[in-house]
Design a protein around this ligand. Structure first.
Ligand SMILES: Cc1ncc(C[n+]2csc(CCOP(=O)(O)OP(=O)(O)O)c2C)c(N)n1
Length: 582
């Protein structure tokens, strides 16, 4: 009997890739997609890597496909934007070995800067999309996606969402099937996308979508469940589960292929049910097409929101008219995200705050420098944007304007897309100070390695790219490495470099406090009789410190990592570092 296992959605996606015979996987981490790669790498038959960004990952997967093997890349929804350039043209070239891009959307923005819907991107790129509803389907749809990819000569997007990627379900495991190796044959008309060739491929793409739309009417992943015909739902992905929970007797058209749509199947379903609801999270992608076909009884975003995650309560309230508590905020105390105790970013922000310097920010743990009490990050747009927005400000308002600004970017983000922006500053003769917060990891997404950490996704030790040397190689004279916890040195170098008329880079170094193997041998302890109650130690907002009723402070030893920042800020030696265990 086949083995059954409870798998996370992302684990099931990885298992599907394995069973489908995938040989190459390239990805850049991003919640909620990260565990796809962290699980795919466990299969020895698959070469799996972290790429510096999603564009590179997509191109690696395409290269492997052109070479004739099944390949994949994985990313969060905003990563699809970074990969958009190769993706749009991969739709034209098509594939040799099957190619699947796993795109994980984040309705509700649990860990993202926007809530974009990858189905919209896929429609614009003319790339088909499959959307599973649970872990078992995640595995099966992955395999089906590879078959579709090869049958129709197209990359396929497997769309997940946070709820699917991060919830568990029972999955039946099967054996891996090794696809036959496809011998390489030069095919410039297909893979050299210059206008003469691309014009023909565009016609192919249009025709392919029409063929797929026709075939979608009978594809097994599009399922009709006729029950009570007075109410019908067209749905896909996780929202299907909410429909089944709230109205198990309703009729349902569950779409597995969400681009292109099966028109005949939808028309037939619509004609059989009295009331028709389109239940899809985020944008009205299905709804707009259905309405454009003249199915005017379809009801969707008139009653269901374009924001956030859906739930069964919404159906009970909006369709059944039942009173519900869904809109009432949960009765839990708000817990805003904060930097961890011992986080080196806090130390750097403390100096920037003291010097009244604004930060053109980026995406990472250090985005939390935007919130009180630090409040030094003024902008956060997308990965890599800090350095280029600083450059834009300088070009807009001049060199003096930039004196009290810096760009702040993490090491992983610098390797992702920060490098290009730094090249631009050098090329276009900018003035500006770039602070690279090098904590030796991709902290925000849970400690993934990158090109500057010296470890691969497979766990091999490799030469780490040296960020200092890299910046120097661009011709930047003023590049400095500073201990991220050394307040005095940080202050000196930031003051000096922001006054300079040139590009400077300050690399602040200290590992993420939560990184495996990082040991803090000390704890900080208040010396109450020396405390003058000035509150200087509380200013960086370390969660281990609290103010007592009498104005002195307490340090929670279970939280304190002994980084010594509070001790450095105390002018009265009222905080001491003691060896752990003393
Ligand atoms: C295009 C894109 N890909 C991935 C992500 C997910 N993500 C958010 S921050 C981040 C990198 C954080 O690492 P780093 O810059 O080193 O800063 P740290 O969190 O370690 O402070 C990633 C991968 C994203 N927001 N956008």
């Amino acid at each position: 009997m086949a083995e059954k296992k409870i798998l996370l959605g992302n684990e099931a996606i990885a298992r599907g890739a394995y069973e489908a015979g995938v040989k190459v996987s390239s990805a850049y981490p991003g919640t909620p997609s990260t565990e796809v790669s962290e699980n795919v790498v466990k299969y020895d038959e698959v070469y799996a890597e972290w790429a510096p960004n999603e564009k590179v990952a997509m191109e690696v997967a395409l290269g492997a496909s052109i070479a004739g093997v099944r390949s994949m890349c994985a990313m969060k929804h905003v990563g699809v934007n970074v990969a958009a350039d190769p993706l749009y043209t991969a739709a034209y070239t098509g594939v040799k070995g099957g190619l699947v891009l796993v795109a994980a959307d984040d309705p509700g923005m649990y860990s993202s800067q926007n809530e974009q819907d990858s189905r919209m991107v896929a429609r614009a790129a003319m790339v088909p999309v499959v959307e599973p509803s649970d872990s078992a389907e995640a595995k099966e749809f992955m395999k089906y996606a590879f078959d579709l990819s090869e049958k129709y000569d197209t990359p396929i997007i497997l769309r997940s969402t946070t709820r699917l990627s991060h919830s568990q379900g029972l999955v039946e495991l099967q054996e891996r099937v090794e696809p036959e190796d496809i011998a390489y044959e030069r095919d410039a008309a297909k893979f050299v996308m210059m206008p003469g060739n691309a014009i023909k491929r565009h016609l192919f793409v249009e025709d392919r979508l029409k063929r797929m739309a026709e075939d979608a009417n009978t594809m097994p992943i599009n399922k009709v469940e006729y029950n009570d015909l007075s109410v019908g739902f067209i749905t896909s992905g996780i929202p299907y589960q909410y429909v089944k929970e709230a109205m198990p007797n309703a009729s349902v058209l569950k779409l597995g292929l969400v681009n292109p749509l099966p028109k005949k199947l939808i028309e037939e379903f619509a004609s059989k049910v009295d009331k028709l609801y389109i239940f899809e999270e985020l944008e009205p992608v299905i709804e707009e097409q259905v309405k454009a076909w003249g199915i005017s009884k379809a009801v969707g975003k008139e009653i269901f929101t374009v924001q956030g995650e859906y739930n069964a309560e919404m159906i009970r309230e909006k369709v059944l008219g039942e009173p519900t508590d869904a809109d009432k905020p949960a009765q839990v105390p708000p817990r805003p995200p904060i930097l961890c105790p011992g986080c080196p970013h806090r130390s750097v922000f403390t100096v920037l705050k003291k010097l009244k310097i604004h930060g053109a920010g980026d995406i990472g743990c250090y985005t939390l420098g935007a919130v009180a009490p630090l409040s030094v990050i003024d902008t956060t747009i997308c990965m890599g944007a800090s350095i280029s927005t600083l450059h834009g400000m300088e070009k807009a308002k001049g060199k003096d304007y930039i004196r009290n600004w810096v760009a702040v970017i993490g090491d992983s983000t610098f390797m992702h897309t920060g490098i290009n922006s730094l090249v631009n500053m050098v090329y276009n003769q900018s003035t500006g100070t770039v602070i690279i917060l090098d904590n030796s990891t991709t902290g925000m997404t849970g400690h993934q390695d990158h090109a500057a950490t010296g470890k691969t996704l497979k766990g091999e030790t490799v030469p780490a790219i040296n960020i200092y040397n890299l910046c120097k190689s661009l011709g930047i004279e003023n590049v400095y490495e500073v201990d991220a916890f050394n307040q005095k040195e940080l202050e000196e170098v930031i003051k000096r470099e922001t006054a300079r008329e040139a590009v400077s880079v300050i690399i602040t170094k200290a590992p993420c406090a939560l990184l495996k193997g990082v040991k803090f041998p000390f704890k900080c302890r208040p010396v109450s009789d020396k405390c003058k109650k000035c509150g200087a130690c509380l200013k960086p907002g370390c969660p281990a410190l609290t103010k007592n009723e009498d104005g002195t402070i307490s340090i929670d030893e279970t939280m304190c990592n002994g980084c010594g920042l509070c001790m450095q800020l105390c002018k009265f030696s009222a905080i001491e570092q003691v060896k752990v265990g003393e």
